[in-house]
Design a protein around this ligand. Structure first.
Ligand SMILES: NC(=O)c1ccc[n+]([C@@H]2O[C@H](COP(=O)([O-])OP(=O)(O)OC[C@H]3O[C@@H](n4cnc5c(N)ncnc54)[C@H](OP(=O)(O)O)[C@@H]3O)[C@@H](O)[C@H]2O)c1
Length: 259
């Protein structure tokens, strides 16, 4: 397994304005990475300047990740400012809550655009640049719900299963050239639930037990450094994935009953 050093690595990171992405940005800057950070909320991104060691360590490119122009700008900025890209982290993501029957085509398309098409198309344009990078890696922040789906999150689960399948295929294609790490967190303390594109659920989805985003970021960075291909971050998440693999019928019953 590769042991990757992070100092001076050139990173493009999406969803850097809050939650897991903001923590990833802080920790990568601390480790000496040079970062192109993106999200829509520019003011939030500017807060990252507090965590830089030098004025040329951070480039902020604000905008909507669904825009092809913005995605091209990210890669172009990494090339003009840092000379290339070594690490691409596709982290930006959104969710929706509630029964599928109450959801809309619009919300399904929005979720798939941000969680699937945007990272896939950013990856497409980054691959030729990553190939010229140092020990290059693509990191896709997915979810344990990309391994095992649950009720009332059908659109989100579909988007994360899609990125999981894409990641497995691409990892095999790029073997020996570019690494690919799939990160599957469980519930994380972030703005994610408050900012769901829709909430038609009668249930209270306020997370009861959630991992701090700083821990998700730390474990993801450790996996990048260790050259891992896939991590499921919590014991509960690992248990769910294991149970689903060995006893899918039982897991279906449990998920139907307890969600
Ligand atoms: N929170 C959880 O329980 C959990 C669990 C498993 C996996 N995840 C995954 O972890 C990743 C990060 O989520 P989080 O928990 O840190 O949530 P978060 O705090 O809501 O952060 C989401 C990030 O994505 C960005 N984003 C959303 N839509 C965007 C768009 N159209 N264009 C550009 N940027 C956009 C947001 O920035 P702007 O709004 O400023 O654009 C923000 O920086 C997501 O992929 C999510 O699916 C989360």
């Amino acid at each position: 397994m590769v042991r990757r050093k992070l100092e001076q690595k050139r990173v493009v990171l999406t969803g850097a304005s809050s939650g897991i992405g903001f923590e990833l940005a802080k920790q990568l800057l601390k480790k000496g990475c040079r970062l192109v950070a993106t999200a829509r909320r520019q003011e939030r991104l500017k807060e990252l300047k507090k965590f830089t060691n030098s004025s040329d360590q951070l480039e902020i490119v604000s905008g909507d990740i669904v825009s092809a122009k913005l995605r091209q700008n990210l890669v172009d900025k990494a090339i003009t400012s840092f000379g290339g890209v070594d690490i691409l982290i596709n982290n930006a993501g959104i969710g929706g809550l509630g029964p599928f029957e109450k959801s809309t085509e619009d919300s399904m398309r929005k979720i798939m655009e941000v969680n699937f098409f945007a990272p896939v198309e950013l990856t497409r344009i980054a691959i030729p640049i990553l190939r010229k990078g140092v020990c290059p890696i693509i990191v896709n922040i997915s979810s344990v719900l990309g391994h095992r789906a649950v009720p009332e999150k059908s659109e989100y689960c579909a988007s994360k299963f899609a990125i999981h399948g894409f990641s497995d295929s691409l990892r095999a294609e790029l073997k020996g050239e570019i690494d690919l790490l799939l990160v599957s967190p469980s519930t994380t303390q972030s703005e994610f639930f408050d900012r769901a594109v829709e909430n038609n659920s009668d249930r209270d989805w306020t997370p009861q037990k959630a991992m701090p985003p700083a821990v998700v970021a730390k474990k993801s960075i450790q996996a990048i450094m260790a050259g891992k291909h896939e991590i499921v971050l919590t014991l509960g998440g690992k248990g769910l994935v294991f149970l689903d693999n060995i006893a899918p019928t039982l897991t279906n019953k449990l998920v139907q009953r307890f969600g």
